[in-house]
Design a protein around this ligand. Structure first.
Ligand code: SAM
Length: 277
């Protein structure tokens, strides 16, 4: 954290002064605990001088934590009501906060950032998974982003980091783990949010890893869609619609009578590689 961090008003005061009542439609559940926010902003490692993209800064709690940690932040916020509060924060950290008003789902993040960047967000739950799968499906690998540090509903976080053989293991786990490392970094109690959501939350930290050679991401996606689309069925049944899949299973010594959730991420990667030949 930089020694020169400016004194900022408490977040509750910022909300009250700017009349920022939480909007359910925009998935607004705010975090006010500055120690918790500092701990989340510290998860990607040293932030000093790093470019950070934040989605949904709202009144700026996580934003101020990233700025205090030394980051240069670009924040995309859809709710115009938050812009005056964010402008105050930009004044407190001159030249270090750029706010873009807009829908993060419709914007080209790489083009906006123009340099490698870390992504940090207390995601609006309604758009969280869509943004996450888009970042993980980047056409070039390694992607321009260096890490994803994201708040999810705990149940979604568990599906992201799930190990093979568990009931949470599915498409999201394969997508998150086949060319990245994904960790459940911190659980966050629902009472930490205002208003508290119905469910518990957790922060997931993802970093790109080496991409396995000879694997077409689109083919891997088709395979997992078919395999987990009918997860209770045996693979020989669920993969019927993917030409050559059952023969590929046999060539790898994987019993076609097994179910998708018993395969490992490496099995899916091997299957996609054989099918792509
Ligand atoms: N970061 C703040 C915090 O931690 O207290 C607010 C988090 S709140 C869960 C989600 C924020 O995302 C809200 O400010 C909401 O207006 C914003 N938001 C919702 N959908 C969005 C979208 N598609 N693009 C950009 N921001 C969005």
């Amino acid at each position: 954290m930089t020694d020169l961090a400016p004194q900022l008003p408490p977040l509750r005061e910022v909300i009250a002064r700017h009349g920022l009542s939480a909007s359910k439609a925009l998935g607004q559940n705010f975090l006010f605990d500055e120690q918790l926010l500092d701990r989340i902003a510290a998860l990607p490692g040293s932030m000093e001088g790093r470019a950070v993209l934040e989605i949904g800064p709202g009144p700026g709690g996580l934003t101020r934590a990233a700025l205090r940690a030394g980051a240069r932040v670009t924040a995309i916020e859809m709710d115009r009501r938050c812009l005056p509060a964010l402008a105050e924060l930009a004044d407190a950290f001159p030249g270090r906060l750029r706010v873009i008003e807009g829908d993060a789902l419709k914007l080209d993040h790489d083009a906006i950032m123009g340099e490698p960047y870390a992504i940090l967000s207390n995601l609006p739950y309604n758009v969280g998974t869509a943004l996450f799968t888009r970042w993980l499906s980047a056409p070039a690998w390694p992607p321009r982003w260096s890490s994803l540090t994201l708040m999810f509903q705990q149940e979604v976080a568990q599906r992201i980091v799930a190990a093979s053989g568990s009931s949470a293991f599915g498409r999201l786990a394969v997508l998150s783990q086949w060319r990245s490392t994904a960790k459940l970094a911190m659980k966050v109690h629902r009472s930490a949010f205002t208003p508290p959501p119905k469910v518990m939350s957790a922060v997931v930290h993802v970093e790109p890893a080496a991409m396995p050679e000879g694997v077409d991401p689109a083919l891997l996606s088709r395979l997992t869609e078919a395999a987990f689309g009918q997860r209770r069925k045996m693979l020989r049944q669920s993969l019927k619609g993917v030409p050559g899949a059952v023969a590929a299973l046999e060539s790898l010594g994987i019993e076609p009578t097994r179910r998708a959730e018993t395969l490992s991420v490496a099995d899916f990667v091997a299957l996609a590689r054989v099918l792509g030949r």
